[in-house]
Design a binder for this molecule. Structure first.
Ligand code: ZN
Ligand code: ZN
Length: 667
């Protein structure tokens, strides 16, 4: 007897055929150990009782792996779809996704829902959306709720989840981060009457294994709340899927299989034949376009007003070209990197007994250090980047690897003692604010300062109860928090994004500002957001200032069409990495490029080949990376060309390939 097995190794194939030793009973989806060369590898049974391969000696399957759950047939379909779409090995994907158990896992402690009625009645607008989604029935349909911050999406989700649970089915709620918003799970579980299971990075592998088993085997309806990887939970009787903050970059996995959990979730709902709802105040361009394109079973639900008795905050653009923002010769007179307007606004807020947020999406004190005499910059030993300066630690460190070194007293090249601190991050902003507002309690909210869940909870608690006046933070601050006493928000440094060679730069700035601004004045009519920029007259910042609900999307679509970018064209990036630069360049320019050009000429004329070129950070943790970008309006040709390439590309020792379909950022 022979079975076909998807084996965990990084080559794309349709599975390998193995013989089955007598007495070993296996079904489709079972996990097994198989021989591969001289190694033992994990595999998943794809098909049983297949024909013996001709002219090849087969090897026996070693054994069944009881420490892994078996894969259900509908999940196998999902993995198969992902392996095809993302051009990743099926066996490797399954091995990446499945949790393994230890001998004696700790028993699970699900949160018992309290089943309390919702705190607020749905408004007429909310009820319309709930009814419109429910009217599509229990089978597959997809919905995008595009609602301004504070428009009450959560209540809509909650009501739809409650209805699903009442029908005896389970619901899956995906969100970018659970740990950043401890109150979220609490609020949600208060209002459902079933067990709530959470699935995120703090859950151990063994606990994941138990949740996995329970999900597949239990008949009880449950609510599963989880981050990206929860999309793989094998939930029996799945009746509803939600992807909240669908635009968020953390749904996209960077390493291994470069999947987007939002897109996988849509496929999962389709396979489970249940509805899926995406929500965002700032949908991804692709989603906005797709849900406005009259596709069958696809619905767009705009929410243009805040639901509470609060209006959207006013957005004030602060022009940093104005000389008041420049560093002054006498440091005590300087307010840089802030601006006099923003400092005055913060002073005002403090005088009114309010709290405030200051957002800057960079860590540390200075972005890089430069010698004033000879211009020397401090580079990472392992990467082609400059080191960032952290003042408290008196350290220079790399953002792409573990490398760090103490800040030297002078220039190692010329001995000059004046080292200029260029650019700024949260640490610098905090220090300047402390100097400018000596009476205020000013704390940081970033990865550098907050390293544990406990520290995060403590910091949030201290802010909620008023022990902190101003929080200076990175994007950790922008995610879903409800701060009742915050009316003023300051946003610094968004212009940095404009200098990136990324067609999504405007979209990312739009999303950042709208999301961060969403933290202001959620309970009042006089919220104000100060955005410091050197480009206040640009169209993008005018859209931001006027908070035009559709205007940004409409104008950005025109640009995307002109520049032949997504969603009108589709992209796939190929990354080739290796230890030796000349070998990588030689392979990419000597083998890969001619092969791709040949495929294009012969079979895929509608696919454009851009590159090869070095990655933005060519050397990262001692690995050199070169990249080729494929672009086409014809998604089938794009996929077929990738498939042909992978079949023809035999690889080369010491060079790895990563395929990124629908890349979120081009690195
Ligand atoms: Zn020097
Ligand atoms: Zn480095």
């Amino acid at each position: 007897m022979f079975h076909r097995v998807a084996v965990n190794y990084p080559v794309k194939n349709q599975g390998l055929t193995y013989s089955v030793p007598l007495g070993l009973e296996l079904s489709v989806g079972d996990m097994v150990d198989v021989p591969l060369g001289r190694r033992k590898e994990l595999g998943c049974i794809l098909e049983t009782n297949v024909a013996a391969p001709e002219g090849v000696a087969t090897k026996d399957i070693f054994q069944k792996r009881e420490d892994y759950p078996s894969v259900r047939s509908e999940d196998l379909k999902l993995y198969q779809w992902m392996a095809d779409y993302y051009h990743y090995g099926l066996g490797q994907l399954i091995a990446d996704c499945l949790p393994a158990t230890k001998k004696r896992p700790r028993p699970l402690k699900p949160i018992q829902g309290e089943g309390l009625p919702p705190e607020h009645q749905a408004t007429a607008v909310q009820r319309n959306v709930i009814d419109a989604i429910a009217a599509q029935g229990p089978s597959f349909s997809k919905h995008l709720i595009h609602g301004v911050t504070g428009s009450g999406k959560t209540l809509i989700f909650l009501e739809l989840v409650r209805r699903t649970l009442a029908q005896g089915k389970s619901a899956l709620y995906l969100l970018p981060e659970i740990n950043l918003t401890p109150q979220f799970v609490k609020t949600f579980s208060a209002h459902v009457n079933v067990e709530v299971m959470t699935f995120h990075s703090e859950v151990t592998a063994s606990e994941k294994y138990l949740i996995w088993k329970e999900a597949a085997e239990s008949d009880k309806p449950r609510l599963y709340i989880g981050v990206r990887s929860a999309v793989f939970l094998p939930i029996a009787h799945l009746g509803f899927v939600i992807v909240d903050e669908e635009h968020d970059g953390s749904f996209k996995q960077d390493d291994r299989c470069a999947y987007n959990a939002r897109d996988v979730a849509i496929k999962k709902a389709q396979l489970a034949n249940c509805p899926i709802v995406l929500g965002s105040a700032t949908p991804a361009m692709e989603m906005w376009h797709h849900f406005n394109s009259q596709v069958p079973k696809t619905f767009y639900h705009p929410l243009r007003e805040r639901v509470t008795d609060a209006s959207l905050p006013e957005i004030v653009l602060v022009d940093t070209k104005n000389p008041a923002n420049k560093p002054k010769p006498n440091p005590s007179e300087s307010v840089w990197p802030l601006h006099e307007t923003t400092v005055a606004a913060l002073k005002d807020a403090l005088a009114n007994g309010e709290q405030a947020l200051v957002f800057i999406n960079r860590l540390g004190f200075a972005n890089y250090i430069q010698c004033r005499a000879c211009g020397h910059q401090f580079n990472c030993k392992n990467c082609s980047t400059t080191l960032r300066f952290f003042k408290n630690k008196n350290q220079l460190s790399c953002q792409h690897c573990e490398y760090h070194e103490p800040m030297p007293p002078g220039c190692p090249k010329c001995g000059n003692l004046t080292l200029l601190q260029k650019g700024f991050g949260t640490e610098r902003v905090q220090e300047e604010l402390k100097r400018l507002l000596p009476q205020a309690s000013i704390e940081r909210f970033d990865r550098d300062e907050i390293r544990t869940f406990q520290a995060l909870q403590d910091k949030l608690e201290a802010f909620h109860c008023g022990k902190i006046d101003i929080l200076v933070g990175t994007q950790m601050l922008s995610k879903g928090h409800n701060f009742k006493r915050v009316k003023r928000v300051v946003i610094l440094g968004v212009d940095n994004q404009l200098n990136m060679p990324d067609f999504r730069a405007s979209e990312k700035i739009w999303q950042t500002v709208v999301q961060v601004a969403g933290r202001a004045g959620r309970y009042s009519h006089d919220g104000k957001v100060y955005v410091q920029t050197a480009n206040p007259e640009s169209q993008l910042f005018e859209m931001i200032r006027s908070q035009s609900f559709d205007g940004f999307y409409e104008s950005e679509m025109t640009i995307r069409k002109l520049c032949e970018c997504p969603p009108f064209y589709r992209l796939a990036a190929l990354y080739f990495s290796g230890r030796f630069q000349d070998k990588v360049i030689g392979h990419v320019t000597g083998d890969v490029e001619p092969m791709l050009r040949g495929l294009r000429t012969q079979h895929f004329p509608n696919v454009q080949i851009l590159g090869p070129r070095p990655a933005l950070i060519e050397k990262r943790a001692n690995q050199y990376t070169w990249t080729v970008l494929l672009k086409s309006q014809d998604i089938n040709q794009l996929h077929n060309m990738l498939r042909s390439f992978q079949m023809n590309w035999n690889g080369i020792s010491g060079i790895s390939l990563k395929v990124d379909v629908d890349p979120q950022h081009l690195s």
